[in-house]
Design a protein around this ligand. Sequence first.
Ligand SMILES: [Zn+2]
Length: 283
Amino acid sequence: MSLVQFGEKEGKMQKIYICFPEGKTKALTMSYDDGRTQDERLIDIFNQYGIKGTFNLNYGIMQHDNMRIPAERVKELYSGHEVATHTLTHPTIERCPLSETAYEILEDRKGLEMLTGGIVRGHAYPNGSYNKEIKQLFQQLGIAYGRVVEAKPDFALPSDPMEWHPTCHHNASNLMELAEYFANFQKRQYLKLMYVWGHSYEFDQAHNWEVIETFCRYIGGRNDIWYATNIEIIDYMEAAKNLRFTADNTAVYNPSAQSVWIQTNDKGTVEIEGGKISNLHRL
Ligand SMILES: [Zn+2]
């Protein structure tokens, strides 16, 4: 069938909005650093409420520090979540030669990929340290995004994924206010993201596990929120960007392997399956 047959006869432009999976417009992601043993308890809580997280691990430290999740436990514990890099040994990389920084990221990737059997492409900058050269280097070494420390409570997708600002740390005094704003936000003309970060050992130090339990109980299990790891969001938005629409928006080709969801004025929410041309013309 030729694409010409899809053409809109009335001459009205089809309006398209990119959505998150299942047509949702809100996403929640979590990011926890250092892979200390308290990740066990944190993941129990995430799993209980259907929340997904990214865990940033130092392959070079976990092997000789009994306060860290042991290497042989990584694959099973973090299953369903994302394992991401945090460098091999947690240096303040802005102070290191770039060649050393390259070694730190590649060796962390190799170790974590061996443990998980997956492709590790995420990163959180240790000690929040980065600069323009490091961002470029990491991209060249296969890193798809880098999380920084400074929070930006704008609920926006990252404009520069190599400098991805979280919405807040879990210790933010307004954590539950931010969660309530996000949960109550209903305008579908925006894609909104809530992104919380921290270290699981902080809950032991501050004796405040109820902070994350209360947050997860409140924000988890909602059918209008996409619970995703960091890399799932990056990969999904990349697939969305790669959609190829006809000039009149009546057909679209999705060259990716994964589905992308869009909202159209003719058909409502539509799943655009990977590797296919979809007709968006009104029925
Ligand atoms: Zn760290």
